[in-house]
Design a protein around this ligand. Structure first.
Ligand code: BGC
Length: 761
């Protein structure tokens, strides 16, 4: 239907480009010709991305667009909103250059999928791709062209609230997710009417902000950057992402937004990136506060010199570039380069052929943009089922029986907003299925659900009271006015009458968001007191976690009968959680991040560099590297997750113990489902370079396979190992594999592994 619409619309507005101009030369010729016709003001207009909102009333915006002073907008999410804007550009402006419309479509659009951390927990790239594909098709059907996603910042510090937006701590897994996501957003081409152009963010190293405090500085060795933090951006770009968003942080003393090394030497020259770069929100202006520009004029000059093509929600380019060019301080060639990238992106999205390809005609607009029929519930539920990680299951407390009475308790049990997670795009809370609803639907006609809230998410008045951190722009968290004691008492009463307790605890979604850094990773407020009180009832206690970062769930680990990490599972979250709790789905997720025991232990990422005095289990800890008040290692390791069945793994077999340069060997294991129900697990391959010219990690994930096995079924899983998997950046930043011994580890998580050794000749 969209393609018919697209043709009709394109005829109606006489596009700049008729017919299909396919080749790169056609594209360059078309763009050069257009740039040749543009005035300086029109060029600078193309570099301006405006946030739709109260800052600019629509009549003024339409005038600005018609005058050729705006290249695109973001945050408008219906065809009806975008159509007049596109008409002003494509019909009224002098050169009829189309607008582009952007939005943060991170984990779904109208249908909300699990947050990225949940998607990564599936370790299933089909799942990651599908979430992006559905999100793209829904957003494109709303007239959106560009998404500010995927967010591929490696994060090793769970204090950082944006941990929730990324795919975890591991360069290899995050890179795989980056690739799958870009593929999903862009489909076979960003020009497709149901595709979005992907913008990989935040370039670069945003996940490494010091202390996990958002927007803080990053200071990092080149080795660490190249080895651990840069690969996911590169993977997203190699998968064809059309854009890059520049990070808000500084990198080794230079803000990313004014960082020529980052944006020109690395991104353009070394990596050969040909797409468009976006500043983050207001970031050019922030160069003043970073203290590298003394005024707006200098900020604009630094940003354009560094290679920032588009200024987002920032008027510095508009105000300053005209006179900077006229005075000769900024050569017009720099502006032309940036404009070429913007027009190139619009060209790649098919907008010159048809500016209305994602907007269509008014007659075709949905009568109700929020209509239930526009959602993809089945896909969201299937994906959410794959995103959850079973952390504990004592005495097979799960799955629950579909009979009797289940007490559903907790501040997150009936939280329609929170279950969507942060950056939930155009998702509507009233359309999301809470855990309570999901449980009611699952038990309808066969059992009974009772409910008590039990606690507020937090009692901290700084967060929900006088500073109102969580409710600053809308009432996200509504406090129950009863005292914690009264709420707990009610919950215990309800629990006593039930056969099992399912209690949803964690963080409100605003606690795992941009600018939401924490100094504690414990359950906030009186939630743990609630859990302890429920435990005294002696009823099976099933703890369902909803959160956007690892939490220090020590008590929960030791005391819950079952512990299920559900992250924020999206529109169909409640159904998907119930599917797992009642055994309609066998959990198969694995942690994409390590869970620390305490905040003092951070960072706890598994692939740390080796050291001279490592802690050795079973030996005295004195003069070894550890914290003496606490057990060594994470609470739950990277890659960990249980199933309702059990699996065994054979020793690792190597097809050879010597690997020639350019050769290949195979590491294989036999994996068997030793339980009595079908289930999936993730077989993970780690490598360790035993001796190298620089210190290397204790191990690094290099491959994985998700396998479904019937009860009793055994399968041989083979991993090819060649030189490419052994390479690293040496002291001269050369990407090399050095001869010598390598340990091959295969396991069901990063700790429970079997090992063999081979030698690279
Ligand atoms: C965030 C970006 C986001 C942008 C536009 C910024 O605050 O850092 O990730 O894409 O806003 O919404």
């Amino acid at each position: 239907m969209l393609s018919t619409l697209a043709v009709a619309a394109s005829l109606a507005c006489a596009p700049l480009l008729s017919g299909a101009a396919e080749s790169a030369t056609d594209k360059q010729a078309f763009i050069s010709d257009l740039i040749g016709k543009m005035t300086l003001d029109e060029k600078i207009g193309q570099l301006r991305l405006i946030s739709i909102g109260p800052e600019m009333p629509q009549p003024q915006l339409l005038k600005e667009i018609a005058a050729g002073r705006v290249g695109g907008t973001f945050n408008s999410i219906t065809r009806a909103e975008n159509r007049p804007l596109q008409e002003a550009a494509a019909k009224q402006s002098r050169l009829k250059i189309p607008m582009m419309f952007a939005y943060d479509v991170v984990h779904g659009h109208r249908t909300v999928f699990p947050i990225s951390l949940g998607l990564a927990s599936s370790w299933d790239m089909g799942v990651v791709e599908q979430a992006a594909r559905v999100g793209a098709s829904e957003a494109a059907a709303d007239g959106v062209d560009v998404t500010f996603a995927p967010m591929v910042d490696v994060s090793r510090d769970p204090r950082w609230g944006r941990t929730s937006e990324g795919f975890g701590e591991d360069p290899f897994l995050v890179s795989q997710c980056a690739r799958a996501s870009v593929k999903g957003f862009q489909g076979s081409s960003p020009a497709n009417a149901d595709s979005l152009m992907a913008v990989v963010k935040h370039f670069a190293l945003y996940g490494a902000v010091e202390g996990g405090r958002d927007y803080n500085t990053v200071d990092m060795s080149l080795q660490r950057m190249y080895q651990d933090y840069l690969p996911p951006y590169r993977a997203g770009l190699d998968a064809g992402a059309g854009g890059v968003m520049i990070a808000l942080n500084s990198v080794n003393g230079q803000p990313a937004t004014s960082n020529k090394w980052l944006l020109r030497d690395l991104l353009r020259k070394e990596w050969g990136f040909k797409g468009v770069t976006f500043s983050d929100h207001g970031a050019i202006d922030e160069l003043l506060r970073h203290g590298v520009a003394s005024n707006g004029r200098e900020a604009a000059r630094l940003a354009i010199e560094a290679g920032v093509d588009i200024s987002m929600a920032d008027s510095r380019y508009l105000e300053q570039l005209p006179s900077l060019v006229k005075s000769g301080e900024v050569p017009v060639g720099l502006i032309d380069d940036a404009v070429r990238e913007v027009l190139g992106a619009k060209y790649d999205m098919g907008l010159f052929q048809d500016p209305f390809r994602r907007i269509g005609t008014a007659a075709q607009d949905p009568a109700d943009v929020d209509a239930e029929s526009r959602l993809h519930r089945a896909e969201a539920r299937a994906v959410a089922r794959k995103s959850m990680v079973l952390l504990e299951n004592r005495n097979n407390a799960l799955p629950l029986k579909k009979s009797g009475t289940v007490a559903v308790i907790g501040p997150l049990a009936d939280a329609q907003i929170d279950i969507m997670g942060s950056w939930s795009a155009a998702g509507k809370p009233k359309q999301s299925v809470t855990l309570l609803q999901g449980m009611r639907d699952a038990l309808a006609g066969t059992g009974k659900i009772t409910y008590a809230r039990g606690a507020n998410i937090t009692d901290d008045t700084r967060v929900v009271g006088y500073l109102n951190f969580l409710n600053w722009d809308s009432p996200e968290v509504v406090q129950d006015k009863r005292s914690p004691g009264d709420m707990i008492e009610e919950a215990v009463r309800v629990a006593r009458d039930a056969d099992a307790i399912v209690v949803a605890v964690g963080e409100s979604r605003g606690m795992s968001h941009e600018a939401s850094s924490r100094t504690s990773l414990a359950l906030p407020g009186s939630q743990q007191t609630l859990l302890k009180a429920l435990k005294t009832t002696g009823k099976p206690l099933v703890v369902v976690l909803m959160n956007g970062r690892p939490l220090t769930v020590n008590w929960e680990k030791d005391n819950a009968d079952a512990l299920l990490e559900t992250w924020y599972a999206g529109t169909e979250g409640g159904h998907a959680i119930a599917d797992i709790l009642f055994g309609d789905e066998n959990p198969s997720g694995k942690l994409p991040v390590s869970f620390p025991r305490s905040i003092g232990q951070i960072p706890t990422y598994y692939n740390a560099l080796r050291i001279g005095r490592p802690f050795t289990p079973g030996k005295a800890p004195n003069y070894t590297s550890q914290y003496f008040e606490e057990d060594y290692g994470p609470l739950y390791p990277f890659g960990y997750g249980l199933s309702y069945t059990t699996f065994s793994m054979s020793d690792v077999r190597l097809s050879a113990t010597k690997l020639a340069r350019n050769g290949q060997l195979t590491a294989s294991v036999t994996v068997k489902n030793t339980g009595n129900r079908a289930g999936e697990t993730v077989v993970q391959l780690y490598l360790q370079d035993v001796v190298a010219s620089t210190v290397r990690p204790v191990k690094e994930l290099k491959d994985f396979r998700k396998v479904m096995l019937a009860p009793g079924e055994a399968r041989v899983i083979e991993f090819p190992v060649g030189e490419d998997k052994l390479k690293f950046y040496n002291a001269k930043l050369e990407y090399v594999a050095e001869p010598g011994d390598f340990n091959v580890q295969v396991g069901f998580d990063s700790e429970a592994v079997k090992q063999a050794r081979f030698t690279l000749e």
